[in-house]
Ligand binder design. Structure first.
Ligand code: FES
Length: 63
């Protein structure tokens, strides 16, 4: 396992974050401590900041 965090924007989907990552809410509360997370970048998720798959339903594209 690397201690380097990698952020990969997936085609027509979320940003995939790999590495030891802590996701906080706007008040600094821990939402998730994980080795992999998918963060919404389409704006349609009902579970922000995480992707909930809504990008597919909405037909969102990254181009
Ligand atoms: S990127 Fe998946 S719901 Fe927004």
């Amino acid at each position: 396992m690397s201690d380097r965090v990698t952020i990969t924007p997936l085609k027509d989907g979320p940003d995939q974050i790999t590495g030891p990552v802590t996701v906080l809410d706007e008040d600094g509360n821990i939402l998730k401590e994980t080795e992999s997370a998918f963060l919404c970048r389409c704006g349609h998720s009902a579970n922000k900041p995480f992707c909930d798959g809504a990008h597919k339903r909405e037909g969102w594209t990254s181009n």
